[in-house]
Write a protein that binds this ligand. Structure first.
Ligand code: ADP
Length: 301
């Protein structure tokens, strides 16, 4: 089953154009939707999840017209929104069971087995009697996946799931995502390049409501291989380098900025060639934005 998005646009009533003529073709497996905050990722995810309407365009999931046959989509959709609220005074087992009833799984034995299997799968079985209010961020996200999997979905959407998770929790969560069925379309929206690098066979980068790149991560890296150059500079030289070269990223190493420059050949002998990675691909496409490079947990430091 393929998800085909054509000419999708959306302008909110406050005049913000969140989606600009989006065209994406997404097959089964893990698809990464990468973009900075405010790029339009959530707007796109909510539109695919039938929670809001675009102004123009179409979305097809196999034979289903997503914008028209909303009930059909909801039957096969697992959605983990960015802000996943839980009832704090209810245990994971009780809430999951309750949600399974709402999904129409009325046979007690079948429901008990399914809830048990999902709690095992998400590694929450040992904490199943604990109230959700006492869960860590990572546990809540894993619970979110458990509820998203209740309907045996064919389309799974996870919106910025790793933001705010510590590295161990993030790993556990990404491992769980990677185990989701190969026959399922899984869309992972994130502003963390490593999430996509580690998991996704295909991806798109969106910026300011537009798809600026779509393809296989490794192939995209290959296109800039041999063209990325690094140099350690002084803080007050940054603007000079930005004026002169195509600086795609800057990061502080021991208090000194190290810049990455994209150029067909070595700008001068003071630069050193580096192995390009997905971060270089990403920043070469969203150039001009305020860029922060580093591990996710340091981003807001
Ligand atoms: P992302 O998920 O990539 O951070 P969003 O889709 O949340 O991006 O937002 C894209 C743009 O649309 C932002 O400028 C945001 O402020 C704006 N936006 C999002 N939701 C609304 C809304 N309901 N009303 C008005 N503007 C919105």
């Amino acid at each position: 089953m393929n998800l085909e998005i054509n000419n999708l646009s959306k302008t909110y009533s406050n005049g913000v154009q969140a989606l600009r003529d989006i065209n994406l073709s997404i097959g089964t497996g893990m698809f990464g939707l990468l973009g900075p905050n405010g790029a339009g990722k959530s707007s796109l995810m909510r539109t695919i999840a039938t929670l809001q309407e675009p102004d123009t365009g179409s979305i097809k999931l196999g034979d289903i017209d997503v914008l028209v046959q909303k009930d059909e989509v909801r039957k096969i959709l697992g959605y983990l929104p960015q802000e996943f609220g839980v009832y704090p005074k209810v245990s994971a087992e009780v809430l999951l069971n309750h949600l399974a009833v709402l999904k129409g799984i009325s046979n007690n034995k079948e429901r008990r087995e399914l809830v048990g299997a999902l709690l095992h799968k998400t590694n929450l079985h040992a904490s199943r009697k604990k109230n959700l209010g006492g869960y860590s961020g990572g546990m809540k996200q894993r619970f979110g996946i458990a509820q998203a999997l209740l309907a045996n979905p064919k389309l799974i959407i996870v919106d910025e799931p790793t933001a705010g998770l510590d590295p161990a929790e993030r790993n556990r969560f990404l491992n769980l995502l990677s185990e989701l069925g190969e026959n399922t379309v899984v869309i992972l929206s994130t502003h963390i390049v490593d999430d996509v690098k580690e998991l996704c066979t295909n991806m798109a980068i969106i910026n300011q409501g537009e798809v600026v790149l779509q393809g296989n991560p490794q192939e995209q890296i290959d296109t800039i291989q041999g063209k990325v150059w690094k140099k350690s500079i002084e803080k007050d030289e940054l603007q000079v380098y930005k004026n002169k070269y195509r600086v795609i990223s800057e990061r502080l190493l021991a208090g000194k900025p190290e810049i990455h420059v994209l150029a067909d050949s070595n700008p001068d002998s003071s630069f050193e060639g580096v192995e390009a990675d997905l971060e270089d691909v990403y920043f070469s496409h969203i150039i001009g934005d305020d860029i922060v490079v580093g591990s996710p947990e340091l981003e807001n430091a």
